[in-house]
Design a protein around this ligand. Structure first.
Ligand code: ATP
Ligand code: MG
Length: 474
């Protein structure tokens, strides 16, 4: 249809040319007026052309790619001739409409037509191995009475949709800065964690999901209140409670890339700024173990190795507003204020949505400047395994909704403190060895009984210690 109209257009153009010649010799205002009306009567359509490249540009127009994606997704099944291509990562086939094909689209009850065209420009060169100069474009044809609807609403709808489809179908990446020259390097992000498989109380989980989804849709809201479109989360809890797993689930929910910022590999604030400036929108910037990374001494490793040292080193950030002061941290001069200033300041000026997630095992050690409201919008505690969380894990690992051992496990979980990672380890047995669900659950029950006894012993010892120190004080 659009093609026929296009041909009719060229016929009319020829007629106009003849008319121009005619008018040169017989000028007459009346005739001109009526001829225009006649033309509009026969061809009441408007055409818009979207070129692949701008004049002298080497980059494809962003709108061309968006239209291409939109058409392949929504209208490719109408075309008889399609072009097959692989996506950027050579992972899947992408079908687009072939040159010369026409497809029809509908928007708010209005019909319009898209044609894909390719013209070969005459090149001056005589060398046969040179590729001919090809120019591609999409042409949109619609009735002129819908001009406002199409130019003001439909085209932006197509561009928006095209970009959204691209984001949905792209291969996501995990970026890290673990190299000496402090630049991002990436691998494919393919973490299977989802909120569905995350063991957590259902209400808490729902709250986090709703928060994330409403943030991702709140562009207009943030623009209206004059705030940068970013949100900070602080995940805290003991090791093995699912902080890193939750970050992966967040990235999978919102389809964002993950930028895992290793502060210990950043030499100074200038480098930090450079790295942060490279982070695009639709990304989660992650700083794990913020309590340890900000004093840049690898303190956490030490803590794990030596429990006694843990008690002595309980004030990592407060003592060191400026990290470079410490002996061990001399190689690195990233400061807490440098990080916070950047997050609040310059970074906020860049366009698009961004999440920043900090994790810590020791909430009480964090500098109040870091966790004040407005900076970290949401604090999420991931804690020891509750019975509700256990049921999620049992479903994931054993495909069980109920079992006669569940009551015992519920009671024991209430009396001991084990992490979801510990529970998962026992439930994994079913898949890693010949053990069946019953054996896995029994081994978990045993572990819970032991954890309970250990906890009781510890409590007793602590009680004794307190008593003796009280006596000493007396
Ligand atoms: N809440 C959870 N839901 C599902 N699986 C979990 C959960 N918590 C832990 N796991 C399991 O335990 C493993 C370790 O969890 P994860 O790395 O997320 O813990 P973490 O809180 O980040 O620990 P750390 O503080 O040491 O970094 C994961 O691979 C996952 O299989
Ligand atoms: Mg972790």
């Amino acid at each position: 249809m659009g093609e026929t109209l296009g041909n009719l257009g060229s016929v009319m153009a020829t007629l106009m040319f003849i008319w121009a010649m005619f008018r040169q010799y017989f000028p007459c205002d009346h005739i001109e007026k009526y001829s225009h009306r006649l033309m509009e009567f026969f061809y009441p359509h408007i055409q818009i052309t979207f070129d692949e490249y701008g004049r002298g540009h080497f980059m494809r127009h962003e709108f061309y790619t968006a239209i291409e994606t939109y058409l392949s997704f929504n209208t490719a099944d109408q075309a008889n001739r399609l072009k097959a291509n692989t996506d950027k990562n050579n992972r899947s086939l992408v079908l687009t409409i072939d040159d010369g094909e026409e497809v029809e689209d509908e928007f708010e009850g209005v019909k319009l037509w898209w044609t894909s065209r390719m013209i070969t420009a005459e090149t001056q060169t005589s060398r046969s191995y040179e590729q001919p100069d090809e120019k591609r474009y999409y042409r949109l044809t619609f009735h002129k009475k819908h001009r406002d609807l199409i130019t003001k609403k439909y085209i932006s709808h197509v561009l928006r949709e095209g970009k959204a489809i691209k984001v949905r179908t792209r291969q996501r990446k995990l970026y890290t800065n673990n190299n000496s020259w402090s630049m991002w390097s990436h691998v494919v992000f393919d973490h299977p964690a989802t909120f569905q498989t995350l063991a957590m109380e259902a209400d808490k989980k729902r709250e986090v999901i709703e928060d994330l989804v409403s943030f991702s849709k709140a562009e207009d809201f943030y623009a209206r209140i004059g705030k940068a479109w970013k949100r900070g989360y602080l995940l805290y809890g003991p090791p093995g409670t699912g902080k890193s797993t939750m970050i992966a689930a967040m990235a999978n929910l919102l389809l964002y890339d993950v930028y895992d910022l290793e502060l210990t590999a950043v030499s100074d604030n200038t480098m930090l700024r450079k790295l942060l400036m490279q982070i695009p929108s639709k990304s989660i910037t992650v700083i794990e173990d913020i309590d340890c990374s900000l004093n840049l001494t690898g303190q956490r490793k030490k803590m794990k190795e030596n429990k006694a040292a843990e008690e002595e080193e309980k004030d990592p950030i407060k003592k060191q507003a400026k990290v470079g002061d410490s002996d061990e941290g001399e190689t690195s001069k990233v400061t807490l204020s440098g990080l916070l200033n950047f997050i609040d300041g310059l970074w906020s000026a860049s366009k698009g949505e961004r999440l920043i997630v900090f994790t810590t095992n020791y909430m009480e050690k964090l500098d109040p400047a870091l966790i004040r409201r407005g900076r970290m919008d949401k604090h999420i505690e991931l804690s020891y395994c509750s019975f509700e969380s256990f049921k999620v894990l049992a479903k994931n690992y054993l495909e069980l909704d109920s079992h006669h051992l569940f009551d015992t496990i519920e009671r024991l979980l209430g009396e001991s403190r084990v992490t979801p990672a510990d529970v998962a380890e026992h439930l994994m047995r079913k898949n890693t060895s010949e053990a069946d669900a019953e054996t896995s659950l029994k081994s978990l029950v045993q572990a819970l009984v032991m954890a309970k006894e250990e906890a009781m012993l510890k409590a007793k010892e602590e009680g004794k210690e307190k008593e003796s120190s009280a006596r000493e004080e007396d």
